[in-house]
Structure formats: C-alpha cells, structure tokens
Design a protein around this ligand. Structure first.
Ligand code: ADP
Ligand code: MG
Length: 593
C-alpha cells in the first residue's frame, strides 16, 4: 500500500534534488521496476532522454485507486516508520522520485495490477494530473517521461549533448543488467535496440557480452563470505575506474572503502591503471547508511575497516592463484625465431661473487634456522553452500586452486635473467631480478618488524659517501638506519662509516640498502612514518642487482625462496615476478588451433 510518510520521517530523509539529468530519472524508474519485482525491463530513450524516456516492466503494477498517490511527495509503499529507515532493503525509499520527475516533465503512466481486470492511464504535466482513465494493458507499469525540464529552463542548460546523456543512460542500464542478471533488460536508443540480456541469471555471460574488453583476458571468480563477483588478473587493467562495478545489497554504489579494499586485495600487484571488478557485497541493512546522498549512489559503511578487509581478503584469494598470473606476450612467440634458442643451463661460473649469489648463500647459512614466517599462499575455502547461492542473482562460480610452485620443472634460463619453468599446461617465465627483490623485501620486512636489531659486526668497516644535501639532512634518516640494525656513524666530509649491519642482510645487500635509503630519503626530503614504507620499497632495488648468472642450484634456491613469499607474484614495486603462456596460446601461435 502506498502511504504518505509523516513529516518527521520525511525530514529524516536527506532532502535534495533527485533529478539532475535524464540519467537520474532513468535510474529512479528502473529501480522502481526492480522493486516492483519485474522479470523484464525495457528502457527506451530518444534525444539522450531529454525528449523521451520510456521504462516498461512486468512488475506488480499500481492499482487504480493508488495511481495518483504514487506521485505525492513522500508517498511510498516501501517504508512507514522511523525504525524502517534502518532496515532498507528496497532500492527506492524516499517516496519522492515520481513526484520529482513528474514535476519537471510531461509524464504518462500506464499500469495494472494482476488483481484488476483493467489498468489505468494517468497523465501529469508539471506534476498536475491532466487526465486519468481506465485502459486495457498488461500487468506491470510503463512510465513515459517527455520533454524533461520543459518548465525549468535553467535546469535544461545543465544537460550535456544528446550523445553524452544517452551514453550515461546506456552505461547505467548495462550496470543494472550485470547486477540483476536474473532480469531481462532491453535497451533501445533512437529506435535502435542496443542490447538485450537473457535474464537467466548468468552474470558472467552478461559481463562478457556488455563489457567485452573487461572479459578479454578472463575474469577471476571471487567468492568469499559476503563478497562475490569477478575481478581481472593484475596484468589486465584499464586507465579509468569504469571497469569497476560495486553493488551493495543490489544497489550500485560508489565507495572509497570498496576501492581501497580492492586495491589492497591485489597486494601491490597492479603496476599501473585500475583492475576491472564486478563485486556484489551483502551487508546488514543496519550496517550501512544509504541516505547520505540524494542520488543514493554513495554509501557509508558503519564498520569501514571490516568491509575493506573483507573485500581485500576475497579479492586476494581470487588473484593469488595460478589463474591470476599475468599472461605473457603471445605475439612475441608468433614471430619466427631468427636464431636457435639455447635452453642450456650455464655451468656454475667461478667468477667473482655477485650480489644475488651472495644473497642465496646467505640464505643457506644463517637463514635456515630462522623459521620463515611469511604468510602462506592463501587457502581457498570451499564455495558457499547451494542454499546460500540461491538467493544471489548470478550463477555459481568455481574458484581456481592456489598456485603451487611444486608443480613446476626447470626448463631453461635465458638472457642471464629469465628462468623458464614448465607447469601442467603452461610455460612460466620468471624474472630473477624481480623475484630476488620480492624475496629480499619480505625477508627485510620480517627482520625489520621482528628482531631487536642488534647489529652484526662486519670484519672490515666500510664507508658510504653521500651528496652534500643528503649529508646535511642526515638527522632525518640516520636514526632509521640505526633502528633497522645498522652500526653507522658520521665520518665527516659527506661520509658515514658502517661497522655493523642488520643480522638479516648480507654485506652487499646492507651496503646497497643503506646507500639507497640515504639517497631516497634525500629525494623525499625526510623519512617520516608516511614515507618510510616507500623508502624501504625503493631501497630494496639498491640491495639487489640484475644480470648475475645463476647456476641450476641457485635457480632452484631462488624458486624455493620465492615460493615461501607471502606474495610471490610481484616485486615490491608491482611488476610481475613471473608471467605465463599457456600451451593453448603456443599452439594457437603455430596455427595448430
Ligand atoms: P519510492 O520508490 O521511494 O517508494 P517513488 O516516488 O519512486 O518512491 O514511487 C512511489 C511509489 O509508487 C512506490 O513506493 C511504489 O509503491 C509505486 N511505484 C512506483 N513505480 C512503480 C512500478 N514500476 N511498479 C509498481 N509500483 C511502482
Ligand atoms: Mg523509487
């Protein structure tokens, strides 16, 4: 039953202009159709929605007697008292959308409930009823909005071009079609049908057909507690957030908290751009505030950290798997090789000890009794029960198994940098430098966070030279190095002497790191708490060097250390540590498929 809210409740609801543009009208009308239990929704627009908007549904309809009530401000069938406000489950609840839209347009509503044998056709101009008559029609509701803002010229000026307005509307309907894959959507623009969805509940096929670029590299299923959906692998990003759709309790929202959770879920694996994500989040209605913006698109969570962590956990379970390893560049393989590949693993060289070798040795010597406590590769929990799945509007997904290094065999070593490993159906190319940086970074963070940092004396003290400006601001960074476990002292003349190093570093690493840290702190203009993480990440680079030729034994050691990392997939700067090329892609490149 449609009731008019009493003024107390009405005032509790943020006031504001709901209808700013054609797309805001379409959003309200479509949400009404969804709330009415529609199985099919047709959206037709002309002239960017400025001249004509039609939304037709097969929902519950409105009875003859209540047709006019629906257009009164604060008339709604969805809430009645103040406690209801805390438990909003339907999309619309203010009871002002129809009132606002009809006030600024010529509106026609044709509607019928299943119980009545005839329907009603109601016409309003500028919010005033100009005619009401019985009419024959299907169960459900059609709302036609013509000449939006015809009576408010000021507002008309703020509308964009037809093309811009219609693209906003089409984008909106695409988003709703993804979220409500159980509803059949049809989008018609200037007489042309742009798309129709099946309404069979298969979310991923809606994503594939409406967002082909998102699904190009495959989407990884996310399924963890109250967070479900799909995300792209870390290598497939877009330059904007347009590929990120967040739905909370079926409501399309924008939320910095969700964005942050998504970002954290990738654990630094996104090198540039924004990953694509379609996330459905279920929250207790009492834990969210959907009322902070009249357009309702922004949402506030009462327990922000919990929500953020839930999302990060769900996303990281999806991307920290073999399926989340970025794909290699198949077109490189598509061109025929000029020279013969040399897959021989070089013999161990007895040239000078280089940094990476030193590092691997140091792992064998003193790291062995220091239990690694890096997080294990996240475990994948069983998908939720069928019963729980039934009430969500998308098809069940199968979550891929976590990536297992034990399945890999060493096949080659090229350009003194890349390690070729073979898995079951894939070839993996590891970047030894990126891998080394990741291992060093995690080892460093463990040492940094856990030990008391008493320096380990070095046999021969060494000195570090810095530039004048870095020297003059040593007060900003010297203390940090000492806290990390360095025995380091001003030696005059832009020089520092190091007599002891952190127990969790090799000599080479310690020297490179200290130099890198001092320079980075100089550039950053200090090393307060906020920048110290960045400084450490940056300095890891100085601690490791590329192009050390590794022996088979050393490669195996490097792989074993990488496997122990909490995030073996990327270096601290977000570059991938390894990429994959599937046997299918190789076969395709040779035109065997
Ligand atoms: P709200 O959605 O916030 O309740 P609206 O102004 O959008 O307010 O709609 C007012 C009322 O009109 C709704 O509560 C609902 O009862 C009825 N209504 C609107 N659109 C439809 C529709 N497409 N099908 C059935 N009922 C509708
Ligand atoms: Mg509504």
């Amino acid at each position: 039953m449609i009731k008019v809210l009493d003024s107390f409740v009405a005032d509790k609801i943020a006031a504001g202009e709901v209808i700013e543009r054609p797309v805001s009208a379409v959003k309200e009308l479509v949400e009404n159709s969804i709330d009415a239990g529609a199985g099919s929704i047709i959206v037709e627009i002309r002239g960017g929605g400025k001249s004509y908007i039609r939304v037709t549904d097969d929902g519950c309809g409105i009875s003859f007697d209540e047709a006019e009530t629906a257009f009164l401000r604060h008339a709604t069938s969805k809430i009645s008292g103040i406690t209801d406000l805390d438990n909003i489950v339907s999309l619309g609840f203010r009871g002002e959308a129809l009132a606002s839209i009809s006030a600024v347009s010529r509106l026609t509503m044709v509607t019928r409930t299943a119980e009545e044998i005839s329907g009603v056709k109601l016409v309003l101009h500028g919010g005033r009823v100009v005619s009401k008559e019985r009419t024959g029609c299907n169960t459900g509701t059609t709302v036609i909005v013509e000449d939006l803002f015809y009576n408010t010229p000021a507002r008309r000026k703020f509308m964009k071009t037809d093309a811009r307005e219609s693209s906003a509307i089409v984008e909106l309907i695409q988003q709703y079609a993804v979220c409500y894959s159980g509803i059949r959507f049809m989008m018609i623009n200037n007489g042309m049908t742009l798309f129709t969805t099946s309404g069979d509940g298969d979310t991923i096929s809606v994503v594939r057909s409406l967002y082909p670029s998102l699904a190009r590299n495959g989407l990884l299923p996310v399924e963890n507690g109250n967070v479900k959906g799909f995300v792209s692998d870390p290598g497939s990003t877009m330059s904007t957030r347009k590929g990120q759709l967040f739905f909370v309790n079926g409501r399309l929202v924008s939320s910095a908290v969700i964005e942050k959770g998504l970002e954290e879920g990738y654990q630094g694996r996104v090198f540039s751009g924004f990953p694509a994500a379609v996330l459905f989040i279920e929250a207790e209605p009492c834990d969210i505030d959907v009322n902070i913006h009249p357009g309702k698109q922004e949402i506030r969570f009462l327990r922000q950290d919990e929500v953020k962590n839930d999302i990060a956990e769900a996303v990281s379970k999806a991307v920290m798997t073999g399926a989340g390893v970025p794909k290699g560049f198949v077109n490189i393989i598509e061109s025929a090789p000029e020279k013969q590949f040399n897959f021989d693993i070089p013999k161990k060289e007895d040239t000078e000890q280089t940094s990476i070798r030193e590092f691997l040795k140091s792992l064998e010597s003193h790291d062995s009794h220091e239990e690694p406590e890096a997080a294990e590769i996240p475990e994948i929990t069983e998908p939720d029960t069928v019963a729980e799945k039934e009430d969500v509007s998308y098809a069940p997904v199968s979550v891929p198994a976590p990536f297992d290094f034990a399945d890999l065999t060493l096949k080659g070593y090229v350009f003194n940098t890349y390690i070729i490993m073979q898995g079951k159906d894939e070839l993996y190319i590891f970047d030894q430098h990126a891998a080394h940086e990741r291992i060093f970074y995690e080892k460093f963070m463990r040492g940094y966070n856990n030990s008391a940092h008493s320096p380990q004396p070095v046999l021969t003290a060494f000195t570090i030279n810095v530039s004048n400006d870095v020297y003059s601001m040593s007060g900003d960074w010297l203390g940090d190095l000492i806290r990390m476990g360095y025995d380091i002292e001003d030696f005059g003349d832009c020089t520092f002497i190091v007599r002891g190093i952190p127990p969790y570093m090799s000599l080479d690493e310690a020297e490179g790191f200290a130099r890198g840290f001092a320079e980075a702190a100089g550039e950053a203009g200090g090393s307060n708490k906020i920048v110290i993480d960045k400084l450490i990440t940056k300095s890891c680079k100085s601690a490791v060097k590329a192009h050390d030729v590794l022996s088979e034994h050393e490669i195996t050691g490097l792989m074993a250390e990488l496997a122990k990392c909490g995030n073996p997939y990327s270096c601290p700067h977000g570059r991938p540590t390894f990429i994959k090329i599937s046997s299918y892609d190789i076969e395709r490149s040779f035109r065997r498929r």
